[in-house]
Design a protein around this ligand. Structure first.
Ligand code: FES
Length: 107
C-alpha cells in the first residue's frame, strides 16, 4: 500500500538527539533525530500505551518512560521486555527543506 506523505515540521525544529510528538492524520507520531537522520514511530508503547515520545533516545533506540521497554526506531521492533510486540514505524522524507512522514491508511 502506498503511503501518503504529510508535512510535519522543518528539520531545525528538531535538534539532534531530540524527539517531538506530532499528531498526523489522527495518529500520535514520535519524530526522532539521531545521528543526522530522522525516524518516526508511534508515540504509543505496545506494552501498556506509554508515551514513547517522552522517552530517552539513544542511538537508534527509544526507551519507554513507563516501564523501560526499548524499541528500534528504524523498524519499531521491541528490543526488550516488558514489550514483546513491535510498534508502527513510519518513513520520513526531507522534501524542499521540510520533513514529511509517510502514513498508510491501514497503519
Ligand atoms: S508502557 Fe511502555 S514499558 Fe510499559
Amino acid at each position: 500500500m502506498t503511503a501518503e506523505f504529510i508535512k510535519v515540521c522543518s528539520p531545525c525544529d528538531l535538534p539532534e538527539g531530540t524527539v517531538k510528538v506530532f499528531v498526523v492524520q489522527g495518529k500520535r507520531i514520535a519524530l526522532c533525530h539521531t545521528e543526522g537522520k530522522f525516524y518516526a514511530v508511534a508515540d504509543l508503547c505496545s506494552h501498556d500505551d506509554g508515551p514513547l515520545g517522552e522517552g530517552e533516545l539513544s542511538d537508534h533506540m527509544i526507551e519507554c518512560p513507563r516501564h523501560g521497554a526499548r524499541f528500534d526506531i528504524k523498524t519499531g521492533k521491541a528490543l526488550c521486555l516488558p514489550a514483546v510486540r513491535p510498534i508502527p514505524a513510519y518513513e520520513v522524507e526531507l522534501r524542499d527543506g521540510e520533513l514529511f512522514v509517510g502514513i498508510c491508511s491501514h497503519d
